[in-house]
Design a protein around this ligand. Structure first.
Ligand SMILES: [Zn+2]
Ligand SMILES: [Zn+2]
Ligand SMILES: [Zn+2]
Length: 167
């Protein structure tokens, strides 16, 4: 094992805040802007870290200067709402993280947006007709905007209402 940058007790303190019960290791403590996990290291060099970057450096090694960590689990989940509601941002499992250049990172975003734009039906098989399509405004994380299926949204709301009625 190469010596990690952090003190051993510091690493223990970090992992105590992580829920490893699922495939994604979810950061359960403080969150930074954009809902990324945030970890404050103590000691003389104490500072605030993005939790997923800290986990990667603990288990894999230093992130080369200028590289971003891409969440592979996010890329593989077409149902993720993205943006600040993306649960994958709090995932600190290094197996789900890949160091990429900013260029690769934005190309991947564009590629998945293009792929989604070509789909004629949602994952449940409802057609993206003009009436059934809810358009989401472009944002920083989704520069091309996104589409949501209205039929799916109605079904989710109906299920939710039914559950409320039971309890
Ligand atoms: Zn993950
Ligand atoms: Zn996500
Ligand atoms: Zn649908």
């Amino acid at each position: 094992m190469p010596a990690p940058a952090a003190q051993p007790d510091e690493a223990d303190r970090f992992w105590a805040k992580v829920d490893k019960t699922g495939s994604c290791w979810i950061w359960t403590a403080a969150k930074a802007r954009g809902n990324y996990g945030s970890f404050h290291s103590s000691g003389r060099k104490g500072r605030t870290h993005r939790a997923h970057r800290y986990a990667y450096e603990l288990l894999v090694g230093p992130i080369p200067a200028g590289l971003y960590l891409d969440h592979l689990c996010h890329n593989e989940d077409p149902a993720c709402p993205g943006g600040d509601n993306c649960p994958h941002r709090r995932c600190v499992n290094p197996a789900h993280l890949e160091a990429v250049t900013p260029r690769e990172n934005s190309l991947r975003g564009v590629a998945s947006a293009a792929l989604n734009a070509r789909k004629t039906h949602c994952d449940k098989g409802h057609e993206f007709t003009p009436e059934n399509t809810h358009h989401i405004k472009p944002s920083k994380s989704q520069p091309n905007g996104a589409r949501r299926c209205r039929a799916c949204r109605r079904e989710t709301q109906a299920r939710w209402k039914a559950r409320q009625a039971i309890t």
